[in-house]
Ligand binder design. Structure first.
Ligand SMILES: CC(C)(COP(=O)(O)OP(=O)(O)OC[C@H]1O[C@@H](n2cnc3c(N)ncnc32)[C@H](O)[C@@H]1OP(=O)(O)O)[C@@H](O)C(=O)NCCC(=O)NCCS
Length: 213
């Protein structure tokens, strides 16, 4: 399997996870009850397991694990493509950020970078056709984010997950390479419209300033 590449965006840089990330990954795993709840994680880990995982994950087959970084090399969270199936050209996606790093646009850009890589033709990209994930119904932030990036709800496992005293649904979502291309084109059009509106507002402001003189 090809090495996990570094993917660079405007906000974040994604780089392969390595042994240096064990301390921050451990903090996220051990001290983040909201993250554990939102990801439906019930398993507990020992520190040695995290050390071992970070030291060996780069060599594991059928997956790419990236640390999400911003402005320095520090691990702020992770994004993973796993269950990579070369025959079906499909994979599963999951991600999580450390508590103080959420809501800053990092997750959205990380997903865009990974999907661009997943759907790009091999050998530069992975040449995939489909990426899927599941999200809990108690996690509207993640669901809305996925929808905004082209993921479509494909099914719902009703009351399949236990959230404390209650049950919640597991929502199955997927994005095909054409969905991704369409979402990217829509984003580009949106950005162009925003830039045009900003230019028009600036021109009007300048014209008004000229009138005032
Ligand atoms: C889910 C997660 C990865 C998203 O990453 P993030 O960096 O926080 O997300 P972003 O800042 O890129 O974008 C979040 C979007 O959701 C929106 N949002 C925030 N809270 C929301 C809410 N309660 N309901 C709906 N939308 C919400 C934001 O407005 C933003 O949209 P915008 O880009 O149009 O403004 C991150 O919040 C996280 O790690 N959460 C805990 C773990 C988790 O839930 N993992 C996913 C499991 S499926």
């Amino acid at each position: 399997m090809a090495a996990t590449p570094v993917l660079t965006g405007e906000l974040v840089v994604l780089r392969p996870i390595g042994p240096q990330d064990a301390e921050h990954m451990w903090q996220m795993v051990a001290e983040d009850p909201e993250g554990a709840r939102m990801t439906g994680t019930t398993q507990t880990f020992a520190r040695e397991q995290i050390d071992e995982w970070c030291a060996t994950v780069e060599e594991r087959e059928g997956r790419h694990d990236w640390a999400i970084t911003h402005g320095s090399d520090e691990y702020l969270g992770e994004i993973v493509l796993n269950e990579i199936d070369d025959h079906a050209a499909s994979a599963n996606l999951r991600l999580a950020l450390r508590p103080g790093q959420r809501g800053r646009g990092f997750g959205g850009e990380a997903i865009e970078l990974v999907l661009d890589h997943a759907f790009a033709e091999a050998p530069e990209g992975l040449g995939l056709h489909r990426v899927s994930l599941d999200v809990l119904s108690i996690n509207p932030r993640a669901r809305m984010l996925y929808e905004s990036l082209g993921f479509v709800e494909e099914g719902r496992l009703r009351e399949a997950h236990r959230d404390g005293e209650f049950w919640c649904d597991v929502i199955l979502m997927g994005v095909l390479e054409d969905d991704h291309r369409a979402a990217r084109a829509e984003q580009a059009a949106h950005r162009a419209r925003d830039a045009e509106a900003a230019r028009a507002a600036e021109a009007e402001r300048r014209a008004r300033r000229g009138d005032d003189r």
